[in-house]
Design a protein. Structure first.
Length: 114
């Protein structure tokens, strides 16, 4: 049973930064394409960053230049550095494989507000 545990969320002012972490247990994710997703109230879950085993990253235009995804395979950890945060980044953030997704974790709430 794979378990995903996200952490690092919180309340931050516009323009601020947060670093999210995701701990993966129960599976070797070294070769998996991993992603960070977010879901805002009333909206569908969307992919905000992905990273291959070779550390090639993808970002949609909405976060490009502000978010950076990284991974530490030996520690089974996934990270998301978020800078220049905007109110529209407010959402619950989740990590998971990009394809053949595992069961979702509880997510971590990010609130960007003054």
């Amino acid at each position: 049973q794979v378990q995903l545990v996200e952490s690092g969320g919180g309340l931050v002012q516009p323009g601020g930064s947060l670093r999210l972490s995701c701990a993966v247990s129960g599976s070797d994710f070294s070769f998996a394409v991993m992603g960070w997703y977010r879901q805002a109230p009333g909206k569908e879950r969307e992919l905000v960053a992905s990273i291959t085993s070779g550390r090639s990253a993808y970002y949609p235009d909405s976060v490009k230049g502000r978010f950076t995804i990284s991974r530490a395979n030996a520690e089974k950890m996934l990270y998301l550095q978020m800078n220049s945060l905007k109110p529209e980044d407010t959402a619950v953030y989740y990590c998971n494989r990009v394809s053949s997704r595992w069961s979702w974790g509880q997510g971590t709430q990010v609130t960007v507000s003054s």
